[in-house]
Design a protein around this ligand. Structure first.
Ligand code: GLP
Length: 258
């Protein structure tokens, strides 16, 4: 796992955009997994601003990472709607380019199998963008999730429900259940980029980068992945042991490999 520390959120976004552009250029039929949450929004806005100059976009397929259960179809908090608003719409792409997790499916178990089957048909995800929850979740794989878990329905951790209470813009009640790609599903991606910004992520980023693999920190399974990069801003990287002595480094980014 490689860790890049960037001076500010804008540079984290630029680094994410560069990875997306590389995937679009280098892959014949790029499959890109999209996280929601606040962290990648700036990168998505930057991509949208470059929409006329994104080679490979016409061949690309985008894939959802997770989705709430129990929100109305038109809820702006539904992750599919977030991705339509911030990625598909601005890039001029229709819904057929998004592999969705459908929370309205009559049989959610079958829906999870359908989703996994679709990923196999596509040849897997080339680049998976991730954020991280303050409890270490990726997607909605909460502490205790197994490293080989596949796409499934999960109950959200109490701490996630508390975090989401301020993040949701429309819901009267914060959803307690979601569908998520499993940790094993995420690990199948050929390349993974996890972005983290802000002081609220400093503790979990230190656990992820400086700690071992531990089911209590679901993101730590990424240490088993051969091509994962963590990109953090100075605030999120503030408690990294390897970073502390280099805080006044004049360059805009530095790399800490572990
Ligand atoms: C949600 C999503 C995660 C995301 C996390 C962090 O819980 N399920 O995929 O990474 O939020 O969100 P933020 O980037 O807003 O901190």
């Amino acid at each position: 796992m490689i860790t890049l520390v960037k001076n500010h959120h804008g540079l984290v976004a630029d680094a994410l955009v560069a990875r997306v552009r590389d995937a679009l250029v280098c892959r014949s039929n790029p499959v890109i997994g999209l996280a929601t949450g606040r962290t990648p929004l700036l990168a998505y806005a930057t991509l949208a601003a470059q929409s006329r100059d994104l080679p490979g976009l016409d061949r690309a397929t985008f894939v959802m990472l997770d989705e709430y259960l129990g929100l109305p179809t038109d809820s702006p908090d539904r992750f599919a709607n977030v991705l339509r608003k911030h990625v598909l719409g601005p890039l001029g792409l229709d819904d057929s380019r998004l592999v969705r997790l459908n929370p309205d499916a009559a049989d959610l178990g079958l829906e999870c199998e359908r989703f996994e089957g679709r990923l196999r048909e596509l040849g897997g995800v080339d680049l998976q963008i991730l954020g991280i929850g303050t409890n270490g979740h990726i997607g909605f794989n909460e502490p205790g999730a197994h490293g080989d878990s596949r796409t499934r329905v999960v109950r959200l951790d109490d701490s996630t429900i508390a975090d989401n209470t301020s993040a949701l813009i429309s819901a009267d009640e914060v959803p307690r259940y979601a569908i998520t790609q499993g940790l094993g599903t995420i690990l199948d991606a050929k390349e993974i980029v996890l972005a983290a910004t802000g002081v609220s992520k400093a503790e979990i980023i230190a656990e992820l980068v400086d700690g071992g693999v531990d089911e209590k920190v679901p993101a730590s399974v990424l240490r088993h992945h051969p091509n994962t990069t963590v990109i953090a801003d100075q605030d999120a990287a503030g408690r990294l042991i390897g970073h502390v002595s280099e805080k006044s480094h004049p360059v805009s980014s530095m790399q800490v490999s572990r």
